[in-house]
Design a protein. Structure first.
Length: 418
C-alpha cells in the first residue's frame, strides 16, 4: 500500500489548514440539517399566515398583554418556575427590565418589596445568592445589582454592601486574570463580565482587581472571530457579548481582532428567519436578539474610535428591520410574553431578551446621532437600553453618579489577597 506524502506545514499553515477543513465540513453538512429546515418551514407558515390575514403590514407589539404577563410574575409564579429557585434575582431583573423597556412605571410598594427581597438574598460574605440563604454567585449578583439600579431609589442603592461585594470579587479572582463564578466554581467569560459590570456600576472597580482580566478575555477569541467561554473553546453569542462588554468597561476592546469579530457576529443573523443564532450551524433563538445584536453597538463604537470611514451614521451593521419582523411575528405569545421561536413556550428570560433586542434594533446611536428605525406602528417603539449593562441608559447614569459620591472601600491586605 502506498502511503500518501503530506507536505510539511509551518505552524501558521497548520492553523489555516484546520480552518479550511472545518469550513469544507460546514458546507457539506448545512444543506442536510433537518431540524433547521423544519424551523424554517414553521417560520414560513407564520409569515404566510400573517400575509393572508393582513392586507397591510401593520406589525404590532402586544404591549398590554406583555405588561399583564410581567406584572403577574412579580407577585406570583406558577409551580413551573420551581426549577428557578436559585435564580430568583434573575426573575426580578428580567421582569423589571422588560417593564422599563415598555415604559411601565414600577409602583413604589412593589419596588420596595423587591429591595427587601434582594436584601435577603445578599450574603454576609458579599455578593448575592440565587435566593435567601443561598451561597453567593456572580450571576445572581449581576442580576440583583441590575435590578436595584433599575429601581434607582436610595433604598435600592442602600441594599448593596459595597465593601463586602469588593471582598467577594477579590475572593473569586484567579492568578491568570479570570474570575470564578462562585467559590469553588467554574471559570468562564461570564464571570469576568458580571464582575466588571457590578464593580463599574457601584464604583468599586480598581486596576488591581482586574489586573490581567482583559488579556485573559482576549485569549478567549478564537479563529472564528467570536469569543468562547474559555481560551480554545467554540465561539458563542452569550460568551462573546460578555467578553466584549467586559472589555468595553475596562476600556481594552482594542485587544480584540474587531474585524474578525464583526465578520463572525454579522454571520449569525439568519438570512431566512431574520433573527440570530447563538453559534455557527445552530437554530435561531429569540434571546440572541440581544446577545448578538447587542454586540453591534459595541463594535460600532470601537470601530468608530479607530476612525473607520465605512461606518454608517444612521444604522447598525445588521438588518434591523428583519430582526424586528422576526420578534414581532415569531416571538410573541398571544397571551403575553415572548419566546424563543414558534412552537416554544413563553418565559421571562426570553421576554426580557427579545424586548432588549427589539430595543437595540429600533434605536441607533444617542444624542444628535440618535435615529429610530421602527417596524410597524409607532407605538411599537420601546425605550432604549444601554448595550453594555442592558438597563436604561439614564438608570446607568443615575447609579454611577450615586456611587461616585463614595470612595472605593479600603480593604485589609488579607481580604485583597484572597
Amino acid at each position: 500500500m502506498q502511503v500518501p506524502v503530506w507536505p510539511l506545514l509551518t505552524p501558521e499553515d497548520r492553523v489555516w489548514d484546520v480552518q479550511s477543513l472545518f469550513l469544507e465540513l460546514t458546507i457539506v453538512f448545512i444543506p442536510i440539517f433537518p431540524v433547521k429546515s423544519k424551523v424554517e418551514d414553521i417560520v414560513q407558515e407564520v409569515y404566510d399566515a400573517y400575509k393572508t390575514n393582513h392586507h397591510s403590514s401593520q406589525y404590532v407589539l402586544q404591549r398590554e398583554k406583555h405588561f399583564h404577563y410581567l406584572k403577574r410574575g412579580l407577585r406570583q409564579l406558577t409551580e413551573a418556575y420551581e426549577c428557578l429557585d436559585a435564580s430568583r434575582p434573575w426573575l426580578c431583573y428580567w421582569i423589571l427590565h422588560s417593564l422599563e423597556l415598555l415604559d411601565e412605571p414600577i409602583p413604589e410598594s412593589v419596588a420596595s418589596d423587591v429591595c427587601q427581597f434582594l436584601r435577603r438574598c445578599q450574603s454576609p460574605q458579599g455578593g448575592f445568592g440565587g435566593g435567601p440563604g443561598q451561597h453567593p454567585h456572580l450571576a445572581p449578583t449581576y442580576a440583583a445589582v441590575n435590578a436595584l439600579c433599575i429601581i434607582g431609589t436610595e433604598e435600592a442603592f442602600g441594599v448593596i454592601d459595597r465593601k463586602k461585594l469588593l471582598e467577594y470579587l477579590y475572593s473569586l479572582k484567579q492568578p491568570d486574570g479570570s474570575f470564578l463564578m462562585h467559590v469553588g466554581g467554574e471559570v468562564d467569560v461570564r464571570s469576568a463580565y458580571c464582575a466588571a459590570s457590578v464593580a463599574s456600576l457601584t464604583n468599586i472597580l480598581t486596576p488591581a482587581l482586574f489586573a490581567g482580566t482583559a488579556e485573559w478575555i482576549a485569549r478567549c477569541q478564537n479563529w472564528e472571530g467570536g469569543i468562547g467561554g474559555v481560551p480554545g473553546m467554540e465561539a458563542h453569542g452569550g460568551y462573546t457579548f460578555c467578553g466584549v462588554a467586559a472589555l468595553v468597561i475596562l476600556k481594552q476592546e482594542h485587544l480584540l481582532n474587531l474585524r474578525s469579530l464583526l465578520h463572525w457576529v454579522t454571520g449569525r443573523q439568519m438570512r431566512f428567519e431574520g433573527g440570530f443564532q447563538g453559534r455557527c450551524n445552530k437554530l435561531v433563538d429569540g434571546c440572541y436578539s440581544f446577545w448578538q445584536a447587542g454586540l453591534l453597538p459595541l463594535l460600532h463604537r470601537a470601530l468608530h474610535a479607530r476612525g473607520d470611514p465605512a461606518l454608517s451614521m444612521a444604522h447598525w451593521m445588521f438588518d434591523q428591520l428583519a430582526l424586528q419582523e422576526y420578534i414581532l411575528l415569531c416571538c410573541q405569545c398571544p397571551a403575553g410574553g415572548l419566546l424563543d421561536k414558534p412552537g416554544k413556550s413563553r418565559d421571562f428570560y426570553h421576554t426580557c431578551y427579545c424586548l432588549s433586542g427589539l430595543a437595540i434594533a429600533q434605536h441607533f446611536g444617542s444624542g444628535d446621532l440618535h435615529n429610530e428605525v421602527v417596524l410597524g406602528i409607532p407605538e411599537n417603539c420601546l425605550q432604549a437600553t444601554h448595550p453594555v449593562y442592558n438597563i436604561a441608559p439614564e438608570k446607568v447614569a443615575r447609579a454611577v453618579m450615586h456611587f461616585l459620591q463614595y470612595p472605593v472601600p479600603s480593604l485589609d491586605p488579607a481580604s485583597a489577597a484572597k
